[in-house]
Write a new protein. Structure first.
Lengths: 302, 305
C-alpha cells in the first residue's frame, strides 16, 4: 500500500480512501455501527443507563479473552459476554428507587467479576493475546465481509425491535408508572432494552474497542439531547452526530499514524462540548430575554 | 358483582382520536352502574408475612363526582388507586371499574401517580409528555397513520393543553417548569385520551397555596364539564373543601365514604382510628383534626412549591 498522504483536494482524498476494499469494509461497518449506536445510545442516555452500558462494554474484555482461550472466534466471545452481562444486570433491576440502587450495585459487581474473569482468561491463555490493544482501542484494519454482514444483521434486528417497541419504550423510560397503568410491560422492556444494548455494545466495540464504545454510545446522544428537547429531531441528530464522528474518525485515521479510537473519541467529545456550549449560550440568551420582563411569573390569587 | 355491558349512549359524540381507536368510541354507562365500585374489598401486600392494608372496604364513585381520598401516611390511599387499576391483587368481583373487573378498562382511566422529584431532568417538552399520554402505549411505527389522523392527534394535544391552561410553556423542556406548571402538564397527559375516570395521587403535594387552589378548581371544572369521575388523593382536605362532592377516609385498615361534614367528624374519625379524635372548625371554615396517631395530615400548610 502506498503511503497515504492527505492532500487539500477532498475529492481526491475520498477517492483514495475508497480505492481499497478494507477501507470500504471499514466505512460500511462504521456506518452500520454509528446508526445503531446513535439510536440505542439515545435511549440509553435518556434512561440514564450509561453505567450499565459501560459495564457491558467492559465485558467484551473477558469475552474476547475467553474466546481466545476456548479457540472460538472473538466476535462470538463479545456477543456472549455482553449478552450475559445484560441479563445479569436486568435480573437485578426493578421498580423505583430501590430497584435503581439494586441495579447500580449489581452493575458494579458484574463489572468487577468481568474484569477478574478477563485477567484469569488472559493468564490461562498464556500466549500473547494479539488483539489486546485492538480489543481495548479498536481497529478498522482487517474488517472482512463476513463481519460487515454480521453487523448488518445485528443492526436490522436491533432497529426492527426498536421500531416495534420505540414508543412504549419511550413512555416506560420517561414515566414507568403511567406506562404500567396503561398496560405497557415495563419490566420486560427494561430487560429487553439491556439485551439490545448488549448486542449493540458487542458490535460497536469490535470497531471502537471496549474502552471507547462510549465515544459513540454516549457523546452523540448526549449532545443531541442538550440541543433539543423534541424527541424526534433529537434522535435524528444523535444518529447524524454518530455518523459524523465515525466518518471523520475513519477518514482521518486512514491518513494518520494514530489509532482510530483516538480520533473517534476526540470527535465525540468535541461534538458533546460544542453542543453543551450552544445550549449554554442559548440558555443565557433566553434568560436575559426573560430578565427584561423583570418580575417572576405572576401567581393567581387564591 | 352485577356486570352488564355498557349501553350505547353517545355521550361525547364522535370525537374519536384517530391513532387510538379503542378510546374513541366511548359509551356512557347507565346511571345505575357506577364508575368505580368496591364491595368488601381487601388488599394484602408483601409476602412474608402479608400485611393487610385495608379490608371490608365498600365504595361507590359515579360519573361526574369529585371525590377526595384522605388518610394518614401508609393508610393505603395510593394502594386504593392501584387496586382500581388492577396493579395490586384483589378478590375477583370485589373491585368493579366501569362495569368490568379492575384492570380491564385502564385505557379509560387517566392516572397521575405520586412521584417525588419526577422530571426535574426530563429532556423532553411538556407537550411531548402529553403526546405520549395519547399514543405512547401503542406498538410499532405510525407509518400507516394518515396525515389527517396525525393532525387530529396534534390538535387533541393542543386542545387539552389549552384546557389545563398550559399553552404558554408546553414547548419548554419539562424539567425547567415550576411544580405547578409540571402538574398541569401531567394532568393534561392524564386527560388527553378523554378518560371516564381520573385518578390523581397527591397532585397538590409540593404546590404553594395559590397553585393548590388553581389546580383543584381546574380538576373540578374538568369533572363537571367532561362528566369524569375524579378520585384525588390528598393529605390536606382544606384546599379541596369548596369543590368536593364526597370524601373517602382511610384509617385503621378501613374506609368511610360520604360528604365531608358527615365523615370528618370527631365521633366518625375516633371510631375509624380507635383513639379519641377531635375535629375543630376554624372561623373561615377550615378543618383541623386533632389527636391522630400520627402527625396531623388533614391540616397542614405547605409552602415548598
Amino acid at each position: 500500500m502506498a503511503n497515504p498522504t492527505l492532500s487539500w483536494n477532498l475529492a481526491h482524498d475520498v477517492h483514495e480512501l475508497l480505492a481499497y476494499q478494507f477501507m470500504v469494509n471499514a466505512l460500511q461497518a462504521g456506518t452500520i455501527v454509528a446508526v445503531m449506536a446513535g439510536v440505542v445510545g439515545w435511549y440509553m442516555v435518556l434512561r440514564r443507563q450509561s453505567f450499565a452500558g459501560h459495564t457491558i462494554a467492559v465485558m467484551s474484555f473477558p469475552g474476547a479473552a475467553g474466546a481466545a482461550l476456548a479457540g472460538l472466534p472473538g466476535a462470538f466471545g463479545y456477543y456472549l459476554a455482553c449478552g450475559i452481562a445484560a441479563l445479569a444486570i436486568g435480573r437485578e433491576g426493578g421498580e423505583g428507587h430501590s430497584g435503581r440502587s439494586r441495579e447500580s450495585a449489581a452493575i458494579g459487581a458484574v463489572q468487577v467479576a468481568g474484569l477478574a474473569l478477563g485477567f484469569l482468561f488472559l493468564s490461562l491463555y498464556s500466549g500473547v493475546l494479539e488483539q489486546l490493544e485492538t480489543l481495548l482501542f479498536g481497529t478498522f484494519l482487517g474488517i472482512d465481509r463476513n463481519q460487515v454482514l454480521t453487523l448488518l444483521l445485528v443492526a436490522l434486528v436491533v432497529l426492527a425491535a426498536l421500531a416495534l417497541a420505540g414508543r412504549p419504550l419511550l413512555l416506560a423510560s420517561l414515566d414507568p408508572e403511567v406506562a404500567r397503568a396503561r398496560g405497557v410491560p415495563v419490566r420486560a422492556l427494561d430487560v429487553g432494552f439491556l439485551l439490545i444494548l448488549g448486542l449493540v455494545v458487542a458490535a460497536t466495540s469490535q470497531i471502537t474497542g471496549a474502552l471507547l464504545v462510549f465515544a459513540l454510545l454516549v457523546a452523540p446522544p448526549a449532545a443531541a439531547q442538550a440541543l433539543t428537547p423534541r424527541p424526534g429531531p433529537s434522535l435524528v441528530l444523535s444518529v447524524v452526530f454518530a455518523l459524523l464522528v465515525m466518518w471523520l474518525g475513519l477518514g482521518i485515521s486512514y491518513f494518520s499514524i494514530y489509532p482510530l479510537g483516538f480520533f473517534v473519541t476526540s470527535f465525540g467529545f468535541g461534538v458533546f462540548l460544542l453542543a453543551k456550549l450552544v445550549a449554554l449560550a442559548r440558555a443565557r440568551s433566553t434568560q436575559s430575554e426573560r430578565g427584561m420582563d423583570g418580575a417572576p411569573e405572576p401567581v393567581a390569587a387564591p | 358483582m352485577d356486570v352488564r355491558p355498557p349501553a350505547e349512549v353517545s355521550r361525547r359524540g364522535s370525537s374519536a382520536h384517530a391513532s387510538t381507536p379503542t378510546a374513541g368510541d366511548s359509551t356512557a354507562l347507565p346511571l345505575e352502574i357506577p364508575a368505580i365500585e368496591l364491595r368488601d374489598a381487601r388488599v394484602r401486600i408483601g409476602a412474608r408475612p402479608p400485611r393487610t392494608v385495608w379490608s371490608g372496604v365498600d365504595l361507590t364513585v359515579r360519573a361526574g363526582e369529585f371525590v377526595a381520598v384522605l388518610g394518614s401516611n401508609g393508610s393505603g390511599k395510593s394502594t386504593l388507586l392501584k387496586a382500581i387499576l388492577g396493579l395490586v391483587e384483589t378478590a375477583p368481583g370485589a373491585v368493579g371499574v366501569l362495569g368490568g373487573p379492575a384492570g380491564g378498562a385502564n385505557r379509560e382511566i387517566g392516572y397521575l401517580p405520586q412521584r417525588h422529584g419526577f422530571g426535574s431532568t426530563l429532556p423532553v417538552r411538556g407537550m411531548d409528555l402529553v403526546r405520549l399520554g395519547l399514543d405512547g402505549s401503542n406498538w410499532g411505527v405510525p407509518l400507516g397513520v394518515s396525515a389527517g389522523a396525525r393532525r387530529r392527534a396534534r390538535e387533541r394535544v393542543r386542545e387539552v393543553i389549552d384546557l389545563v391552561g398550559a399553552s404558554a410553556y408546553a414547548e419548554r423542556p419539562f424539567g425547567e417548569l415550576s411544580g405547578g406548571e409540571q402538574q398541569r402538564i401531567l394532568i393534561a397527559q392524564a386527560l388527553v385520551r378523554r378518560p371516564r375516570i381520573l385518578m390523581l395521587d397527591e397532585p397538590l403535594d409540593s404546590l404553594d397555596l395559590p397553585n393548590q387552589a388553581a389546580v383543584t378548581a381546574l380538576v373540578q371544572r374538568i369533572c363537571r364539564t367532561e362528566n369524569v369521575a375524579v378520585l384525588l388523593v390528598a393529605h390536606d382536605v382544606n384546599p379541596l373543601l369548596a369543590y368536593l362532592d364526597q370524601v373517602i377516609y382511610l384509617a385503621g385498615g378501613r374506609a368511610l365514604q360520604g360528604a365531608v361534614e358527615d365523615v370528618i367528624t370527631g365521633p366518625k374519625l375516633s371510631e375509624l382510628y380507635g383513639v379519641e379524635i377531635e375535629v375543630l372548625r376554624t372561623r373561615d371554615g377550615r378543618l383541623v383534626v386533632v389527636g391522630q396517631p400520627e402527625a396531623p395530615h388533614v391540616h397542614g400548610h405547605r409552602h415548598d412549591g
